[in-house]
Design a protein around this ligand. Structure first.
Ligand code: HEM
Ligand SMILES: *[C@@H]1O[C@H](CO)[C@@H](O)[C@H](O)[C@H]1NC(C)=O
Length: 526
C-alpha cells in the first residue's frame, strides 16, 4: 500500500518541473519589470530557440525581420521584453534611435559588457575585438586601429579595382553586351572576401580559385568558401556534440573537415607570418603593415601588451566575418535597388561621371565627392542591416528614459541582457518616415557620426571607412560599365519583385543577408 507508484512519481516530478518553470517565468517578469513584450517557450537567443524556425509558437532568430512591423507593438513602444518559460534568460530589445544612443554612447561609463554567452559562436575561434570587454577590448581595439590607416584604404581602393577586373574577366563578361546572373550574391561575397584577405591579411587570393562548395581540400576548397560554410554552420557546430562526428554521417564528416581546414589555414598563416617577422630586423613594436602583421607582432610584445595565439586567430576570424558578409550583403542590395529604381541609378551614374568622368580610375579623394551614391549605400544598410543585433549585458543597475508610449524611465537591473534590434531601429517610422521606401535622400546631409547603421559610441564599427572605400569603388567601377536591371519572373512587377526580395532576406547566424537575387547587366556603350 505505501509503495510509490511509478505514475505517481512521474506526476510528482512533472509537477515540480512545472512549478519550477512557472517560478522561472515569474522571476523573469520581475527582472524585466513587467515591461510589455513577447512570452515564449525558448528565448530567441538560446541555441534551441535560434535553430527552430520563426513560427507563431517560436520567435526564432528570424523574428526581428519577419515580425518587424509588429514587434514593438507597431512601434508605439521603444523597448520590449522577452521572457521565456523553458529555455534562456529574460531580455530587453530596443527599437528606437533615441534609446540605442542612450545605451551605447555611454557604454564605457556604465560598464556594459558583451555577454560571452551570446557570442559563443565567435568565441569558438578565440577572443577578439568584437567579443572582448574592458581593458582587454581596449588592447585589441588599439592594435587593430593602428592598421586602419589611409595607406590601408589606398590598398582597399586598388585591390577593389583589381578584383572587379578579375571578376569581369573570369566570369566571361569581357565580350558580352548583356549578362544575366542568377544568384548574384555569390559574386559580391567573393569580391569582399578577396579584398579583406588581401588588404587586412596580405594573403594571395586569386579570383580564379574555385567556389565549389562541395569540393574537398584536394579538389580546391578555398578558404573563402570554407569561411562562408563555417559562418553558416556555427549554430550546428555549437549544437552537435564532439562524439557525433565519429558517427557514420557524411554531412557531419564534411562539416568537421571544413571547420578543421579553416582552423589549419589560419594557424598556418600565423606560423608563416611569425617566421617572416623573426627574419625581419625590426622589433615587434616597430612593425607596421597590415592588420595581420600587427596582430602577430603584438603577440610577440610580451603578455601584458600582447595577444595570445588564440587571440590572433580570434581576431582573424572576427575580421573576416565582420568584414566580408556584411559588405557583400549591402553591395547585392544596392545593385538590386538601383535596378528597381532606375532614376536613382541614373542620378548615381551622373554623379560618378561628373566627378570622375567615364574612364579615369577613382581616387580616395573622388570617393569623398559622391554623396548620392553613398546615400544609396547607407539606405540599403538601413533596409537590410548587416550589423543586425547588438548584444550587451548590464554590470550595474541603469535607468533609461523613453518617449513612447509615454515619457517615462525604465529601470534595468544589473546582469540583464539588452539587445539593440537594428532592424527594429531602422524600420521605425518615428525615426525613419516611410520605413519601407527606398529613399537615399534621407541620408543627405547627415553627419558621418550620426550614421546609425554602423552602431553607436565607442564600439561602433571599426571597418566603416574600409567598407565605404570598398563599396564605393566597386559601385563606381560597376555602374560605369553596366546598366543594372532586375530580372523579373513572368508577370511580375517591380513591386512584386521587391516583395519577393524582402521575403527572401534572412538572418545568417552572425549577420543578415538579402539572400538570392537575380540581376541583368547591360553594357553601357561610352
Ligand atoms: C556594410 C558593412 C558593415 C556594417 C553594416 C557594419 C556594422 C557594424 C556594427 C553595427 C557594429 C557594432 C556592433 C556592436 O555594437 O555590437 C560593428 C562593429 C564592428 N565592425 Fe562592422 N560593419 C560593416 C563592415 C565592417 C568591415 C568591412 C569591417 C572590417 C574590415 C568591420 C569590422 C568591425 C569590427 C572589428 C567591429 C567591432 C568593434 C568593437 O567592438 O570595438 N565591419 N560593425
Ligand atoms: C533610477 O531611478 C530611480 C528612481 O527614479 C532612482 O532611485 C535610482 O537611483 C536610479 N538609478 C540609477 C542607477 O540611476
Amino acid at each position: 500500500m505505501n509503495g510509490l507508484s511509478p505514475i505517481g512519481v512521474a506526476m510528482g516530478l512533472l509537477l515540480v518541473f512545472a512549478a519550477s518553470r512557472v517560478q522561472k517565468f515569474y522571476r523573469g517578469l520581475q527582472m524585466v519589470s513587467n515591461v510589455h513584450g513577447m512570452r515564449m517557450l525558448f528565448s530567441p537567443m538560446s541555441l534551441l530557440g535560434a535553430i527552430l524556425p520563426t513560427a507563431w509558437w517560436n520567435p526564432g532568430l528570424g523574428f526581428t525581420w519577419v515580425w518587424r512591423e509588429t514587434n514593438f507593438h507597431s512601434y508605439r513602444r521603444e523597448i520590449i521584453s522577452s521572457v521565456p518559460f523553458l529555455l534562456g534568460s529574460p531580455m530587453f530589445y530596443i527599437g528606437s534611435l533615441g534609446m540605442s544612443r542612450q545605451l551605447l554612447m555611454n557604454e564605457r561609463k556604465i560598464s556594459l559588457e558583451k555577454p560571452k554567452g551570446l557570442l559563443v559562436g565567435l568565441l569558438l575561434w578565440g577572443e577578439s575585438v568584437v567579443s572582448a570587454n574592458e581593458d582587454i577590448w581596449k588592447k585589441h581595439r588599439r592594435i587593430m586601429m593602428s592598421a586602419f590607416t589611409p595607406t590601408m584604404y589606398s590598398l582597399v581602393l586598388d585591390e577593389t579595382i583589381s578584383v572587379y577586373r578579375e571578376m569581369v574577366s573570369a566570369e566571361g563578361w569581357l565580350d558580352q553586351k548583356e549578362v544575366v546572373v542568377d544568384n548574384f550574391n555569390r559574386l559580391p561575397v567573393k569580391v569582399t572576401f578577396t579584398v579583406i584577405a588581401r588588404c587586412a591579411f596580405g594573403l594571395e587570393m586569386p579570383w580564379s580559385a574555385g567556389t565549389d562548395r562541395t569540393a574537398s581540400v584536394e579538389e580546391g576548397l578555398t578558404p573563402g568558401e570554407a569561411l562562408r560554410i563555417v559562418c553558416e554552420t556555427t549554430l550546428t557546430r555549437l549544437a552537435v556534440p564532439r562524439w557525433a562526428y565519429k558517427l557514420p554521417i557524411p554531412s557531419l564528416h564534411r562539416l568537421d573537415m571544413v571547420w578543421n581546414y579553416l582552423a589549419k589555414f589560419m594557424n598556418d598563416a600565423v606560423a608563416a607570418k611569425r617566421e617572416e617577422l623573426a627574419a625581419s630586423d625590426l622589433r615587434p613594436e616597430q612593425q607596421t603593415g597590415d592588420v595581420f602583421t600587427r596582430l602577430v607582432a603584438a603577440s610577440d610584445e610580451g603578455a601584458s601588451l600582447g595577444l595570445e595565439d588564440a587571440d590572433i586567430v580570434g581576431n582573424m576570424f572576427a575580421l573576416m566575418f565582420a568584414g566580408h558578409e556584411t559588405t557583400a550583403n549591402v553591395l547585392s542590395a544596392t545593385l538590386t535597388f538601383l535596378g528597381i529604381y532606375q532614376d536613382a541609378q541614373e542620378q548615381a551614374l551622373n554623379e560618378i561621371v561628373s566627378v570622375i568622368g567615364n574612364d579615369r580610375l577613382p581616387t580616395l579623394d573622388d570617393l569623398r565627392k559622391l554623396p548620392f551614391l553613398l546615400s544609396c549605400f547607407y539606405e540599403c544598410i538601413r533596409l537590410f542591416p548587416s550589423g543586425v543585433l547588438l548584444v550587451r549585458r548590464t554590470t550595474q543597475d541603469i535607468n533609461l528614459t523613453m518617449e513612447r508610449p509615454s515619457e517615462s524611465t525604465i529601470h534595468i537591473n544589473k546582469g540583464t541582457d539588452v539587445i539593440v534590434d537594428m532592424i527594429g531601429v531602422h524600420h521605425n517610422p518615428y525615426d525613419f518616415p516611410d520605413p519601407d521606401e527606398f529613399k537615399p535622400s534621407r541620408w543627405q546631409g547627415v553627419h558621418e557620426q550620426d550614421v546609425s547603421v554602423f552602431g553607436f559610441g565607442p564600439r561602433a564599427c571599426l571597418g566603416r571607412k574600409f567598407t565605404q572605400t570598398e563599396a564605393l569603388t566597386f559601385l563606381v567601377m560597376f555602374l560605369r560599365d553596366w546598366k543594372v536591371d532586375v530580372l523579373l519572373a513572368l508577370g511580375e512587377t517591380k513591386g512584386d519583385y521587391m516583395k519577393r526580395v524582402k521575403k527572401n532576406a534572412h538572418h545568417t547566424g552572425f549577420s543578415f543577408s538579402i539572400g538570392s537575387v537575380d540581376l541583368k547587366f547591360i553594357r553601357r556603350s561610352v
